[in-house]
Design a binder for this molecule. Sequence first.
Ligand code: CA
Ligand code: CA
Length: 304
Amino acid sequence: MSAISTIKILKENTILSFSPSNQPVCKAISGDVITFETCDCFSNQIQSEEQLFSSVGWDKINPATGPLFVEEAEPGDILKVEILKISIAKQGVMTVAPNLGVLGEAIKEEKTKIIRIENGKALFNEKIQIPVRPMIGVIGTSPETEEIPTGTPGQHGGNMDCKRIVEGAVLYLPVHVNGALLSMGDLHAVMGDGEVIICGLEISGEVTVRVSVIKDKIFPLPLLKEGDHIMTIASAETLDLAAKQATLQMHNFLIEELGVEFNEAGMLLSLVGNLRICQVVDPLMTARMELPLSILENYHYHLA
Ligand code: CA
Ligand code: CA
């Protein structure tokens, strides 16, 4: 998919929390194509394996480029974000540190690994080359009144670390304030579900999106369409709760949008819905419920 972008937001324009008090750095109208240049989650500060995670201040972690003000967006609307293109740098970085991630208690010492990308593959070691699948870790809009750190996921989006937010995906986010205030960052060249060690292959890059405002529609948000699936994404204090919420949200979508009867909708989810882990290492855990798009086609339903 190619896109011609006329507006570009440079990586120097970053936020560290999603907040209604953030001043927009750029304005767009519904339907515009915008490119966000993004730093990696370490604010591009780690460039060699001698630099450890502890050398980067927490105040430099997870910058998001933005915010973008979308003219027609008003509270109650939905912001549709079509991810037209993701370009990544030639190398990414991973860090490991004691007490971080699923293995944190067992980790004895810090380590930084620089991983080069060649011909679409991440050169992990002499035996392993991993095909890249660039994704957006942090993408969201402003909450209504709160200030939510960019490292935390939620209903506004944020640090969802969902590996299916890739080129070609369409993400639906809530609009809580005028202009929506869209920001994004924290690209990963590749990441597995769970993000267990606490990072993906962290990398800088550029994301080109088309933003459109949807009026008079209620979706369970965030909602994602990618490949052959539609997904509800939910974040909560435990993975159990996140999983339950993602399921309830898709169940609600089946009832409200497709008109499926309550118990039938539950049975359907139990047969063809796949409940998956996005990440278990952020301040809140994130899960998603994936439903085949073919179910929507069976009902002749087209997503806005
Ligand atoms: Ca992240
Ligand atoms: Ca990350």
